[in-house]
Design a protein around this ligand. Structure first.
Ligand code: NAP
Length: 641
């Protein structure tokens, strides 16, 4: 067999067969391949890449694919693309369900079969080009959303500066360097839709791989020239007379400087200001004590007695990493996390799969689509409350209770011999109440170790030598690690943002941040927030999708300003208030809105200020383009030429 033939065989052995079938339809032009017996049935307990197909169908698909790939690589041209109706059928096929009709436009946009970056701005008309040339925009943050904003502004021909407090790009992937840090969304979906990476070494990339992806993105698109690193925005004031934001920054050298921009786009994330626990004696501890997002690699944990406070997404990743090297690990848990089985979590992507992603036309698109559907609105119904649910409070509805039962089984199966651990780690709140964590067994394995104790008695105080719990027990420690999360609901903090009439955003929000579609808020013209209030997603999906939608909308708002020649665009209060009323009503009907749950999704007033409570398709629909009726378009400046 030739090298190429064996490469193809190896690749096909790793193929996600339903995605492969879609690819075959493109390569052969034969929609007749979509026969009922080739419709996949996914069983999460089986190898899903086989689509539940019989061995005969598997062999047949691989043989057909081999012939088609060889022909393609031999120079055969592609037949006419499948019709929109066929593509629509293919979506149902690869998803394994009948996707509702209202998703078609949204999913077609996400699928990007034409290879065109459909979310890229089009400012090609002479009038817009002229208007863009006169615009200057300031962006805060060079993480995932800020870099994305940079490329869109560049595509539109708008001058921009990205102000970044850190010494490099990457945002959360620059700051979180704790052991075991990795994305908990499949990477072939957690990447820009227009910038796939077929070389991700693992299904869920580690922090260095992701940091590299974002850094290379910045390099490849020439964004670094627009970024001012180690430049911290302290204050931004809207100058009503000029219709510009005047931004005060602390520079790398420690000096102050003022910059101006027609619009201010914040891309600072929801999770970048570490929150230390409010525990008596916190400052009195004698040894090293640090937050997971400020990991001290200079502190060698080998042979030490280590206390970890918190069992959220961060601790869930670093505890299994440090457990084998420390002498004793005491993990202080207030609430157990829900875990979702994810057998691929730490696995390498086989070379064959990478080969297919790179060489088989459309395979990457359909594989991404499969991940996208399954992890987004696929789980939505299971975390929604049933109106009038009168079952046990550990669930919010029937589907939620059924999912709960499945997940409890999966947890129990990991420690049948350790009822002491099981009674502590099975959550009593509804699944979806907090972020569910991808579980491949390493968490429970760590908890079972002889040198690890999971302590669920509340913490009374921290002393110079360790932690004392409410039962009076003293737990000596050499090092304390705070896996206690972030000041998520203090949006844009600690920046001071002053809008129309000298109103401070913090005063306007009064501890309860709100925005229209997460992006604009009344009284603050030309201010756009990315990953702003009520744009976090809980049952997975990728936050990159949200950012891509938001940035498209922001570019649409800038276009609206350019086309109408106004210098101020401000959301109408009524529009904003009506939207927020709907958000609040919907959040109350989601698992995370349950009164039985406390989490970073709720702010100090108890309102869910972080999460998007609707299906993803609704955010896509709402953000394709801004509705001019939603805004007050202020003072005219010179009309675009
Ligand atoms: P987190 O989910 O907010 O977890 C904080 C933990 O600290 C919780 O277990 C919390 O308990 C506990 N805690 C807080 N204050 C405490 C106190 N005073 N005493 C005892 N325990 C206390 O924070 P995180 O783990 O840093 O994760 C935050 C978010 O970042 C995640 O939800 C996720 O969205 C994101 N994240 C993502 C990844 C990833 O993609 N791989 C990794 C890390 C983080 P309670 O639950 O009782 O409040």
């Amino acid at each position: 067999m030739t090298d190429l033939a064996s490469t193809i065989d190896d690749a096909l052995a790793q193929a996600h067969l339903p995605a492969l079938l879609m690819s075959l339809v493109h390569l052969t032009g034969d929609a007749g391949l979509l026969t009922p017996e080739r419709r996949p049935i996914y069983d999460p307990l089986e190898d899903v890449k086989l689509g539940g197909y019989s061995t005969a169908i598997q062999d047949d698909l691989r043989a057909r694919a081999k012939t088609a790939i060889q022909a393609h690589l031999g120079g055969a041209s592609l037949p006419a693309p499948p019709s929109p109706e066929t593509v629509r059928r293919m979506m149902d096929w690869v998803a394994g369900v009948d996707i509702p009709a209202n998703y078609a436009a949204f999913l077609t946009d996400e699928l990007q079969l034409t290879g065109r970056d459909t979310k890229a701005p089009d400012w090609s008309s002479p009038a817009l080009r002229a208007a863009a040339a006169k615009m200057k925009v300031l962006v805060v943050g060079a993480g995932m959303s800020g870099l994305l904003t940079g490329i869109r502004l560049k595509q539109a021909g708008i001058e921009f500066t990205i102000l970044e407090k850190n010494a490099d790009a990457g945002g959360t992937w620059f700051e979180n360097v704790y052991p075991g840090c990795r994305v908990d969304n499949p990477n072939h979906m957690y990447s820009y839709s227009f910038e796939p990476n077929h070389d991700f070494p693992q299904y869920y990339s580690t922090q260095p791989v992701l940091l590299d992806y974002f850094r290379r993105f910045a390099d490849r698109h020439g964004l670094r020239a627009h970024i001012r690193f180690e430049t911290t925005v302290e204050e931004a004031v809207f100058d009503e007379a000029k219709g510009v934001w005047r931004v005060e920054v602390k520079t790398a050298e420690g000096g102050r400087e003022f910059l101006e921009g027609a619009a201010l786009i914040t891309a600072v994330g929801q999770l970048n200001q570490p929150r230390y626990p409010d525990i008596e004696g916190l400052e009195t501890f004698d040894g090293p004590s640090f937050h997971s997002a400020r990991w001290r690699h200079d502190v060698d944990l080998t042979g030490k007695r280590v206390a970890v406070i918190g069992t959220g997404a961060s601790a869930f990743q670093f505890v299994p990493e440090i457990a084998p090297k420390v002498a004793q690990l005491n993990v202080f848990q207030r609430t157990p996390p829900w875990m979702l089985p994810g057998p691929n979590y730490h696995l390498d992507v086989p070379e064959g799969k990478k080969w297919l992603l790179e060489h088989m036309p459309f395979y990457d698109k359909w594989y991404r689509f499969y991940l996208f559907w399954g992890l987004t609105d696929g789980l939505y119904e299971a975390v929604k409350a049933d109106a009038g649910w009168n079952g046990p409070p550990e669930a919010v509805g029937l589907a939620n209770a059924e999912l709960r039962a499945m997940l409890v089984e999966a947890i129990r199966a990991q420690a049948p011999d350790r009822p002491d651990i099981l009674e502590k780690i099975i959550p009593t709140y509804p699944i979806g109440g907090k972020r569910a964590l991808v579980d491949n067994g390493v968490w429970v394995t760590a908890l079972k170790r002889d040198n690890v104790d999971l302590i669920t008695t509340g913490i009374a105080r921290i002393t110079p030598t360790g932690i004392v719990t409410n039962d009076g027990a003293d737990h000596p420690a050499d090092v304390i690690i705070h896996g206690t999360g972030f000041h998520a609901s203090r949006f844009l903090w600690p920046m001071r943002i002053v809008g129309r009439g000298g109103v401070d955003l913090r005063t306007a929000w009064n501890g309860d941040a709100r925005a229209y579609l997460g992006m604009t808020t009344p009284g603050f013209p030309n201010l756009f927030m990315l990953y702003g209030p009520n744009t976090n997603i809980v049952v997975n999906g990728s936050i990159i999708f949200f950012s891509e939608c938001s940035v498209r909308y922001v570019m649409g708002a800038l276009k609206l300003m350019a086309e109408s020649g106004v210098q101020a665009l401000e959301v109408k209060k009524q529009v904003h208030d009506d939207f927020n009323a709907k958000v609040d009503a919907a959040n109350a009907m989601m698992a995370w809105g349950s009164p039985n749950v406390n989490s970073w999704y709720k702010n100090a007033t108890g309102r869910v200020s972080q999460n998007w409570p609707f299906p993803l398709v609704d955010y896509w629909n709402a953000t394709v383009a801004p509705n001019p009726e939603d805004f007050i378009l202020g003072a005219k400046v010179t009309a675009p030429a």
